[in-house]
Design a protein around this ligand. Structure first.
Ligand SMILES: Cc1cc2nc3c(=O)[nH]c(=O)nc-3n(C[C@H](O)[C@H](O)[C@H](O)COP(=O)(O)O)c2cc1C
Length: 183
């Protein structure tokens, strides 16, 4: 990749949130600028400090933070993004996006961006199979969101089912292909 590309990484409050750190690191190592937005729930699982250090960029969480360099315009990251990737994406964030809710930094950014959005769901298999979640995912697909389906395998609960965050290499492949398509 020659010119600089910016990926806005949305991290939400799932057990796989720790994997987002590795994703951020791998994207940075590919020469991509990564700007992270975390939900408050995500910060229960992993700290903003991790992403700030791995990406060398400020991490956005509080929309109303006067100290944030992005707070002057709550949609600044929506405009900066070449691609937005949400990994892991909770059932909650998927439902919020499907309904057009914009009550935090991440959902405002998603609603405001014109960039392609890649969504990598990760959740308990029953949450994933729930027709409400499936309908929400279908709705996102029809709106042009790119879904990286979760894998079948061992879940955090110890159960076997579909809901594991897709392999990071797969997510990176989709993000890079989406960046390339955008040129
Ligand atoms: C220990 C624990 C693990 C969780 N793991 C997941 C998960 O993997 N996927 C999911 O959709 N929700 C999970 N949740 C529920 C979310 O944290 C909850 O729905 C939260 O409101 C999501 O907020 P956010 O979408 O704004 O990040 C988990 C909750 C707890 C307490």
């Amino acid at each position: 990749m020659s010119e600089e590309q910016t990926v806005v990484l949305g991290v939400t409050g799932g057990i796989a949130a720790y994997k987002a750190a590795d994703l951020a690191s791998k994207l940075v190592q590919s020469g991509i600028t990564v700007k992270t937005i975390m939900t408050y729930s995500a910060a229960e699982f992993i700290t903003p400090l991790t992403f700030r250090n791995l990406t060398g960029q400020p991490v956005v969480m509080d929309m109303f933070d006067l100290e944030s360099e992005y707070s002057v315009e709550h949609v600044a990251l929506a405009e900066a993004a070449d691609v937005v990737v949400i990994a892991p994406a909770t059932a909650n964030i998927i439902a919020k996006i499907a309904c057009g809710i914009a009550d935090d930094s991440l959902t405002c950014t998603i609603l405001a961006t014109e960039a392609p959005v890649v969504v990598a769901p990760s959740m308990n298999d029953n949450m994933y199979k729930n027709p409400i979640t499936q309908e929400n995912i279908e709705k996102l697909k029809t709106r042009g969101f790119i879904i990286v389906e979760p894998e079948f395998g061992r879940l955090a609960s110890g159960k076997i089912g579909q809901g594991r965050l897709a392999d990071l290499e797969k997510i990176i492949e989709v993000v890079k292909a989406t960046l390339d398509n955008k040129r």
